[in-house]
Design a protein around this ligand. Structure first.
Ligand SMILES: O=C(O)C1=C[C@@H](OP(=O)(O)O)[C@@H](O)[C@H](O)C1
Ligand SMILES: C=C(OP(=O)(O)O)C(=O)O
Length: 449
């Protein structure tokens, strides 16, 4: 009689309970946005690129695999350095199989820009979260450049795209403030003869512009008085290889900035964190709430500003007038909501409609979790108003994280302050952006099982 294989049930949940203060010096993993772009752009360069400190999270590994499927030679050496031999702009080959982008919106939207301007047909899918996210925002400009799409209802994944090597240059005004839309159009412009222009109503993270310029692209960036930005690229472009050290991800650092601020007597230093001025909103927001944050060793590394950040526990107060545009801290709102829950006074966050179309509806899912943890709030169409509980939170909630890494990490931080432990249903999505999160937190003194 043959024995049936045993199915091992590995419990993906995580329990977060009040522990010690956080103390120590750590390095958070590499910046996700820069890591994606380094793999995509060096796959299009002529010659060998070298990248150190690449984020080895699932989202970035999905980008690496997609670029391999299109002909790039991408290898990780034993010392952790990544070596990429590009195929040259215009040289991507048709993938032989479906490209699976996992949980990653950035991979999907940026790679659609590349596929649209190459003579090939490709199919793309992703996990349950990604298949629910809007893709029309990139399909619309790509269709105007000449690509053709077949998609599920409302432009959702899975989809098929047929690109063209004779794409038409486009002048496009993006209806959403999105670095992904901007980057998609600029990447399509790489292999398009003529000037492709993207206008955004507010300047969003500019890692694509910085890296393209460093690799020799002919790029024009104009910042306007009203905060909007226009970027033009003249194609076709020949890209030189890069040699890059990826800075730590400020979006990952944010969890520690909030944790060390709200857990009494904490004192944590984060080494070498990216300080791109279009990403530092969380620092201004927390300081505005009374956080004790100091920047040290500020320098430029690989074309991006970086610094060490020291954060010590402080009494936070609520905030109703965030001093920054939401796009400068778009992924940091879930954990900022946790900070607001234990601050003194009421906080009000608005203008956050984009949060509803991330890996989950981050307003609704955070609201659900905060309710389960005894926090008082009012959900708004484009944000949330949270009544701070003055240094305490009841906790005890069972959190449904909806395949969203940032929700899982946010509640694991709140649990460190809670009177009753908080349980997160599935902590595995954390690997999309912050592999090693649990160990790093435990090393600083957090109580996570
Ligand atoms: O360009 C990027 O690397 C990203 C841009 C942002 O998305 P949007 O452009 O959709 O705002 C952000 O939320 C995402 O995590 C990464
Ligand atoms: C929104 C995020 O990523 P993406 O859009 O790449 O899935 C994120 O990391 O919070």
């Amino acid at each position: 009689m043959t024995q049936e294989p045993k199915i091992q049930n590995i419990d993906p949940s995580m329990k977060s309970s009040a522990g010690d203060s956080l103390k120590g010096t750590v390095q958070v993993p590499g910046d996700k946005s820069i890591s994606h772009r380094s793999l995509m752009l060096s796959s299009l360069a002529v010659g060998e690129s070298r990248v150190r400190g690449l984020l080895e999270g699932e989202d970035v590994l999905a980008t690496a695999e997609a670029m391999r499927q299109m002909g790039a030679d991408i290898n990780r050496s034993e010392n952790g350095e990544w070596r990429i031999h590009g195929v040259g702009v215009g040289g991507l080959k048709e993938p032989a199989d479906v490209i699976d982008m996992g949980n990653s919106g950035t991979s999907t939207r940026l790679i659609l820009g590349l596929l649209s301007s190459h003579e090939l047909t490709a199919t793309m899918t992703g996990d349950g979260s990604l298949r629910g996210r809007p893709m029309k925002r990139v399909i619309t400009p790509m269709e105007q450049m000449g690509a053709r799409f077949m998609t599920r209802r409302d432009g959702r994944l899975p989809l098929a795209v047929t690109g063209t090597s004779t794409a038409q240059p486009l002048s496009y005004e993006s209806p959403v403030a999105s670095a992904q839309v901007k980057s998609c159009v600029l990447l399509a412009g790489l292999n398009t003869r003529g000037v492709t222009t993207l206008k955004e109503s507010v300047a969003t993270r500019d890692h694509t512009e910085r890296m393209l310029s460093a690799m020799g692209a002919d790029l024009m960036v104009s910042d306007h008085e009203d905060g909007s930005r226009t970027v033009s690229i003249t194609g076709p472009v020949t890209l030189s290889p890069i040699d890059l050290d990826v800075p730590g991800d400020i979006s990952s650092a944010a969890f520690l900035l909030v944790a060390a601020s709200i857990i009494p007597e904490s004192d944590v230093t984060l080494k070498n964190v990216g300080m791109n001025p279009l990403r530092t909103g969380i620092i201004f927001a927390l300081k505005h709430m009374g956080a004790d944050i100091t920047l040290l060793n500020e320098q430029i590394l690989g074309g991006e500003p970086v610094a060490d950040i020291r954060v010590k526990a402080a009494r936070l107060k609520g905030v109703t007038d965030l001093p920054v545009h939401p796009s400068t801290m778009i992924d940091e709102f879930p954990v900022l909501f946790c900070a607001a829950s234990v601050a003194s006074g009421t906080s009000r966050f608005t203008g956050l409609e984009e949060l509803r179309v991330k890996e989950s509806d981050r307003i609704a899912v955070m609201a659900q979790g905060l309710k389960a943890c005894g926090v008082s709030f009012t959900e708004l169409e484009d944000g949330i108003e949270i009544v701070g509980n003055n240094g305490k939170v009841k906790g005890g909630g069972h959190i449904d994280s909806h395949l969203d890494h940032r929700i899982a990490m946010s509640f694991s931080i709140l649990g460190q302050m809670a009177q009753e432990a908080i349980t997160i249903d599935d902590a595995s999505p954390i690997n999309t952006s912050f592999p090693g999160f649990k160990n790093l937190m435990q090393g600083l003194g957090a109580s996570l099982d």
